[in-house]
Design a binder for this molecule. Structure first.
Ligand code: GLN
Length: 206
């Protein structure tokens, strides 16, 4: 199949490479513009969005990545990756760059600074065979979505407090993002969906 990249500047890179390989993908670490050119889709892992934003600039990847996304490259962001893909991030450092590939506003560290991690089962649109375990680590949530954005998952109403019902997975055309970490659970169903989407997008442009 087509090469699928994982942005390998910082964060949970190895786990995403493993998950993609478990789905049969030709998974590759992407650190340079030349490596970005070779992949047909890109995972943006969780980590720290301010650091990732700085490293995108330092590695001369920010504009090439914006160009690939504008050109319709499939992308899958988790946590900090979701923050970077968003049009706007509330409570991000003012100098943090946004890729603007998702017409959403996210709130960084939304579950509260004290809330290091939080887990719950999630029903995810497009994922068959039962709920996915949502692992949230200093995670954002989505405050608002634009017209072209599909909501794929919300924090269940059974969870009380401000997180209840918040949007935690979205898709806009070829770009998908989750506030949680699907690479931490051994459940590769979202990676599988993404790999399939990358294959379809390559087939469609031939
Ligand atoms: N809180 C981090 C940020 O703002 C994201 C945490 C994560 O990716 N696990 O970038």
């Amino acid at each position: 199949g087509p090469p699928v990249g994982v942005l390998a500047l910082q964060g949970n890179v190895a786990e995403h490479l493993d998950a993609l390989r478990a789905c049969g993908a030709d998974a590759r670490a992407v650190r340079r513009a030349g490596e970005l050119e070779e992949v047909a889709g890109l995972v943006l892992p969780g980590g720290e969005s301010t650091t990732l934003s700085k490293l995108l600039v330092a590695f001369d990847l920010l504009e090439p990545l914006r160009a690939r996304l504008a050109d319709g490259m499939p992308a899958f962001g988790s946590c900090a990756g979701m923050i970077l893909l968003a049009r706007e991030a509330i409570d991000a450092r003012p100098d943090q760059h946004q890729l603007g590939a998702l017409d959403v506003v996210v709130r960084r560290n939304a579950f509260g600074r004290q809330t290091e991690s939080f887990e719950t089962d999630l029903s995810v649109t497009g994922i068959r065979g039962g709920p996915m375990r949502g692992v949230f680590i200093r995670a954002p949530w989505v405050e608002s979505v634009g017209r072209g954005v599909d909501v794929l998952a919300r924090i269940p109403a059974s969870i009380s407090g401000p997180a209840s019902g918040k949007v935690v997975a979205v898709r806009q055309g070829p770009v998908m993002a989750t506030a949680f970490h699907p690479e931490q659970t051994g459940d590769a169903r979202l990676h599988d969906l993404f790999v399939t989407r990358v294959r379809e997008s390559v087939a469609a442009t031939r």
